[in-house]
Design a protein around this ligand. Structure first.
Ligand code: PHE
Ligand code: ZN
Length: 865
């Protein structure tokens, strides 16, 4: 029987018909298949609906169904390709189900699958139903016991959730292990790993003195790349104790790194499974950015142990309950372990560069969506990062201490439960005393609110007029008035504070704020640190921005003032290119601001690098009704060259002063110095200053770390010729056995502005050595082309779109999650100038005419709606 894809609605929620108290799983791993025996202690749920019981299941063979030990005949149940239906059940019973799986041919990377020498599982959101028939929904929480048996030589390591309670030899050549997880959990948190793995181990003693065994497992030979992750894990454990009084609750916490993984990592109880890209960090193969990402993802998954695992989601519409809160906790952790200003700047950039475009495109959806066809399409930047921003707003309004208490209250009140975002908001209100009635609109409505601020100044009275409006999004034509916390401060032109930072709530369509006794002129700093995820327009003058850039007390605001100054000039350049006019020059304000910055380097060098970085092309595109890829890219490059030539001497001095000198350490100061060096080198290379190739070659040849090597290669992207070819060749030979490093090489191969990047990408994809079943490879190559080289991808003859569509069709046949993510790249065709939009749309139509997975079809349909 074939099931049609069904749209699920949040408001259709019904409690489960049956609850599962315990699950005993037995995995019999054989050469070519795995047999799974599941024994479930089931009881009818009085709150649930009557009638037949649906168990989810797909992509496996059902061998046996028994109730209280008695086998069911084939006509006693109904089997479709996504479910097993049982009827006429007792109110309490034991259900036995035997299934057979084929992990060797499972390329979807959901359920049980192989990654190199490792058999592993991925169950979120609904991968468990590829392992056995089960009510695959997070509000069914059960205690799991897992027995794994496998060949002892091929799979010496056997792991599952919880604590290992028994292990030993089985039949000749085979062995087994039994794990018990004492905490009831939804099946999406189940995990199993079997393989021949290397390991590094450590211990952590919790605040109350319990010793926890820690380990990071990986394929042999990669152990030296895992120490940073293990170190990050200990930092995260200590941080959660110090910040939220949260102590780890099992005897062991294991991380397993696998090469084939659709996402970053997964928080399975006590047994996190990670993409190697989020574990491996060694100076010779990973950049500073990689080191920071590994640290933060390790912390994120660890934090899920409470926000997600101990308190989980009632249904998948509530995903942001765990993800938004955990991302927020990860952000707090990152800010405590790096430069607070720069860390926040990176978060703000992510919101503006990725979340705002999503919220303004065909896939816009609320942080708590109302419906979906394929849940895997809703692990989005909106659910994650905008969700975290909503929590950050609550934290700002409540104050740090009250917010921390409220999180503790929430976790205590709902420990062991599957709850909703509404439950979270109520818990926030109960402790903080905030009234969040109007604030709740943030959860139910998509779209980025626009806030406008204008100022009048008379007789030492400063009046600010704030207003808001939010554009329609698909399916939501009318938007409410949001409760928007706006952080404000007022300075004089010398930078002294006239009004100290304060949070005002714009909770009407318009609001006036009056400050008395403020002498003229006044400079208003607003939406400081992006206090709300909105787009701001403000009648600040160039002089105000130059002043804020130099004097604002908050580094994020200084950076933001610089961004506004750059943006004004960039927009003028885009207009000039479109009108075929000569480009405007840098302008006095901007020149003056950069002069000042380059004459007096901020002590935080990473901040200096951020302040010298222009808004991204995506961000420039956000300012336009329709995106003109070539004009935007042309403008950004032209402005970089203007800055490079105008400040060649200063940038050379900056680069010289920060050129690599000492051996690599990953810390804030050293990483900041490397960042500013790479930035200066990039400007000089793009400007084509004399001797730059030789300089890059020296940096590359003498580098003891990947960050400096990438700085040299990144700069050389602008310098076609023998040096670049030679270094790229050397890089490929040197790192041929490091797939994650070769991902960096793939990105470089398709991102140089002077090459035929589409032809290059096609050639690489057809290379027999290219593993197109691995998501990291695909992300590097196709992501590198589409995002890293927009002008080449959006070429006029449509070859870029054709290549992407060919690959989506090929990938969709085995990994729908990956294919759907790629289809999302051309879905927002209406945001583009017709020159590009028509080609993107044609690509979507071609997909629409093909046989597609539900995942990809949902994305294509949103683009064509
Ligand atoms: N829950 C994972 C996280 O920490 C993400 C994930 C989702 C991983 C689905 C795999 C599959 O964000
Ligand atoms: Zn998460």
């Amino acid at each position: 029987m074939t099931d049609q894809p069904q749209r699920q609605y949040r408001l259709d929620y019904r409690p489960p018909a049956y609850l599962v108290d315990t699950v005993a799983l037995d995995f019999d791993i054989q050469e070519n298949n795995t047999q799974v025996t599941a024994q479930l202690a089931v009881a009818r749920n009085v709150a649930g609906p009557a009638g037949p019981w649906r168990l989810d299941g797909r992509g496996m063979r059902l061998v046996r169904v028994a109730i209280d030990g008695a086998d069911l005949a084939h006509d006693a149940y109904e089997l479709t390709d996504t479910a097993l239906w049982l009827d006429n059940l007792p109110s309490v019973f034991e259900l036995t189900i035997v299934t057979e799986l084929d992990p060797e041919t499972n390329l979807s990377l959901e359920g049980l699958y192989r990654s190199g020498a490792i058999l592993c599982t991925q169950c979120e959101a609904t991968g468990f139903s590829r392992i056995t028939y089960f009510p695959d929904r997070p509000d069914v929480m059960a205690r799991f016991t897992t027995r794994i048996e496998a060949d002892a030589a091929r799979y010496p390591v056997l792991l599952s959730n919880g604590n290992c309670t028994q292990a030993g030899m089985a039949q000749p050549g085979r062995h087994y292990a039994i794990y018990e997880d004492p905490f009831a959990k939804p099946c999406y948190l189940f995990a199993l790993v079997a393989g021949d793995l290397g390991v590094i181990r450590d211990t952590y003693t919790t605040a109350s003195g319990r010793e926890v065994a820690l380990a990071v497992f990986t394929e042999h030979g990669n152990e030296p790349q895992c120490h940073h992750a293990l170190d990050a894990l200990k930092k995260a454990m200590a941080w959660d104790e110090a910040t939220y009084d949260l102590e780890y609750d099992l005897d062991q916490f294991f991380i397993v790194a696998v090469g084939s993984f659709n996402m970053g990592a997964m928080e399975n109880k006590g047994l996190n499974i990670f993409n190697t890209a989020c574990v491996f960090a060694h100076p010779e193969t990973a950049t500073d950015g990689d080191f920071a990402r590994v640290r933060d993802v390790v912390a994120h998954e660890y934090f899920h142990n409470y926000t997600g695992n101990r308190v989980t989601c009632r249904d998948w519409f509530q995903l942001s309950l765990k993800e938004g809160l955990t991302v927020y906790r990860e952000h707090q952790f990152a800010i405590d372990h790096g430069s607070p200003g720069v860390t926040r700047i990176e978060q703000v950039r992510m919101i503006r560069d990725i979340q705002f475009p999503e919220d303004g495109g065909p896939r816009a959806h609320p942080v708590r969506p109302d419906s979906y066809i394929e849940m895997n399409n809703f692990y989005t930047i909106t659910v994650y990062e905008k969700g975290a921003e909503l929590i950050r707003m609550i934290a700002q309004m409540a104050g740090r201490e009250a917010f921390t208490d409220a999180v503790k209250h929430y976790l205590h009140k709902h420990d062991g439960q599957a709850v909703t975002i509404e439950d979270f908001v109520v818990a926030m209100e109960e402790t903080t005393g905030l009234d969040l009635a109007q604030f709740r609109h943030w959860y139910s409505h998509a779209g980025t609110p626009r806030v406008a601020i204008s100022q009048q100044h008379e007789n030492n009275t400063l009046t600010l007029t704030l207003s808001q409006s939010t554009p329609a999004t698909p399916g939501q034509p009318n938007k409410p008035v949001f409760d928007i916390p706006i952080s404000l401060a007022v300075f004089d032109t010398a930078g002294s504070q006239q009004v100290p930072p304060q949070l005002v709530r714009l909770n009407h369509a318009r609001k006036k704020i009056v400050y008395k006794d403020v002498p003229e002129p006044a400079v208003v700093s607003a939406l400081r640190g992006l206090s709300a995820p909105v787009k701001l327009t403000q009648d600040t003058t160039e002089r105000d921005l130059v002043c804020l850039m130099a004097h604002d007390s908050d580094p994020v605001s200084r950076w933001d003032a610089a961004q506004s100054l750059y943006m004004t000039h960039l927009l003028a350049c885009v207009d000039a290119i479109r009108a075929d006019h000569a480009l405007p020059g840098l302008g006095d304000g901007l020149s003056q601001a950069i002069t000042r910055l380059l004459a007096d380097w901020p002590a935080d060098r990473a901040l200096l690098a951020e302040m010298l970085t222009l808004p991204s092309t995506i961000q420039i595109g956000e300012a336009f009704e329709r995106i003109d890829v070539a004009a935007i890219d042309g403008a950004r490059r032209a402005v970089r060259q203007q800055i490079g030539s105008r400040f060649e001497e200063e940038l050379t001095a900056l680069a010289t002063a920060h050129a690599p000198r000492s051996t690599y350490v990953f810390d804030q100061d050293a990483a900041g110095r490397r960042a500013v060096f790479a930035l200066a080198l990039g400007y000089l290379a793009e400007t084509g200053v004399e001797g730059i190739e030789a300089w890059c070659r020296t940096v590359y040849d003498e580098a003891d770390n990947m960050t400096d090597r990438m700085a040299a290669l990144g700069a050389l992207q602008y310098c076609p010729g023998a040096t670049r070819d030679r270094l790229l060749g050397d890089f490929a030979r040197r790192f041929a056995n490091e797939p994650l490093v070769m991902d960096k090489w793939l990105r470089l191969q398709v991102s140089a502005p002077d090459i035929d990047a589409v032809a290059q990408a096609r050639a690489l994809l057809q290379d027999p050595a290219f593993d197109f079943t691995n998501p990291n490879r695909l992300r590097a190559l196709l992501g590198g082309l589409v995002r890293g080289n927009a002008p080449a991808f959006h070429r006029a003859d449509g070859a870029g779109y054709a290549l992407l569509v060919d690959e989506i069709l090929r990938i969709d046949a085995f990994n729908p999650q990956m294919a759907a993510a790629l289809a999302g790249l051309i879905a927002p065709w209406q945001r583009y100038d017709a020159r590009y939009g028509q080609g993107m749309r044609a690509g979507l139509s071609r997909l629409d005419g093909a046989e597609l997975s539900d995942n990809t079809r949902e994305i294509v349909a949103s683009g064509l709606a």
